[in-house]
Design a protein around this ligand. Sequence first.
Ligand SMILES: Cc1cc2nc3c(=O)[nH]c(=O)nc-3n(C[C@H](O)[C@H](O)[C@H](O)COP(=O)(O)OP(=O)(O)OC[C@H]3O[C@@H](n4cnc5c(N)ncnc54)[C@H](O)[C@@H]3O)c2cc1C
Length: 429
Amino acid sequence: MAHIVIMGAGIGGMPAAYELRAKLDASHRITVVNATDYFQFVPSNPWVAVGWRKRDDVILPVKPYLEKKGIQFIASRVDKIDAAGKTLTLANEEMLAYDYLIITTGPKLAFDEVPGAGPMGGFTHSICSVDHAEQTWAAYQEFLKNPGPVIIGAMPGASCFGPAYEFAFILDADLRKRKLRHKVPITFVTSEPYIGHLGLGGVGDSKSMLESDFRNHDIKWVTNAKTTQVEDGMLHTSELNAKGEVEKEHLLPFTFAMMLPAFRGVDAVAGVEGLCNPRGFVQIDAHQRSKAFESIFSAGVCVAIPPVEATPVPTGAPKTGYMIETMVTAIVQNIVADIAGKPATAKGSWNAICLADMGDTGAAFVALPQIPPRNVNWFKKGKWVHLAKIAFEKYFIHKMKAGTSEPIYEKYVLKALGIERLEPPADKP
Ligand SMILES: Cc1cc2nc3c(=O)[nH]c(=O)nc-3n(C[C@H](O)[C@H](O)[C@H](O)COP(=O)(O)OP(=O)(O)OC[C@H]3O[C@@H](n4cnc5c(N)ncnc54)[C@H](O)[C@@H]3O)c2cc1C
């Protein structure tokens, strides 16, 4: 009988555990190992950073919910994967053998790539984890006592731009509510070649719509921004032209800054010889299976996907919720098939669907496939997206408590957006 170990209890790992449990009988063991003893709903972290959510609204203890479903849980970081010997070494010194390993470890936040960046000894804040978002909320409350210029954006090599836009609009909305917006010049500084690129080469009319929204919300911007250094209260950015030459050097003063970092793979995963690309992302085939190790599957932010296009300042392609959900479903189907001695042929849907909150309204986009030209390519705005995002948060957290295995995007979001199931293009990845 098989033992399946899932590394990482996040947006990918938790649904993977529940879906597997629903498909495999009790003779097969499922174990989830996570660096913390809680699950966090990462997409809500921008709200935590402005006090619109509290920590306890967006996290839940994992153990009781998984154990109720007959899934074992170990709260410990995995420090080493012996891929040939199919064994994990945990930080608590336990060794854990597996037949199948599902890697859903999300990103390592590469603040170290820009001197002075990040919340650990640097000068920019982060919304990437609930811990960071709480620190940002504390700093924001201090900032409100003596407001000044704000910088929000994304560092060179970043791939996850949506939350930077969300945070800019959320902060703008929060400051307006507090009647302090007039004291806060906001500049959006991004490695994207233009506003609304989103690591996707734009989606529908995202460029003009987001530029227009920035203008309407008095948010200035610098694109093609290669941020090179951050000092206390000063961001150093080289603005590049299309040839990749420096067009202008910017010295941007700030009182409060939040910059999304580039991502890499986490150490335990990046350290396995032959498993990953140079940035530590797991190299997988069209069936989410490691190209090097048959027993390893992977989904979520930790997998390697190519950038949509070359940009003057490097950018990556985002890995968002729908894509992650379908990657997980494909892994579950493939492991179940493999155990039964059948070929593992299921594929994820390499498409981007995103609901981005903008404080009191929101923007939704669908990019199918990720690389243009596309079969579906739209970007729409409205209060309904803000409400849909709140409903999505509530439902996802409910699902993590209830242990249900139904895919949320497939069942609800696609229907709400009026979209048929998005089949993976035949030639992807
Ligand atoms: C701030 C933010 C907002 C986002 N908002 C959206 C959104 O609105 N919509 C959307 O579609 N996408 C969004 N994304 C993108 C994406 O959906 C999320 O990043 C999502 O959390 C990725 O899921 P994951 O399972 O890959 O990683 P995660 O959810 O980050 O889970 C990874 C888990 O692995 C654990 N882990 C890491 N290393 C180890 C180790 N060595 N051993 C054991 N456990 C380990 C971590 O503790 C964590 O629990 C957002 C991303 C960010 C950063």
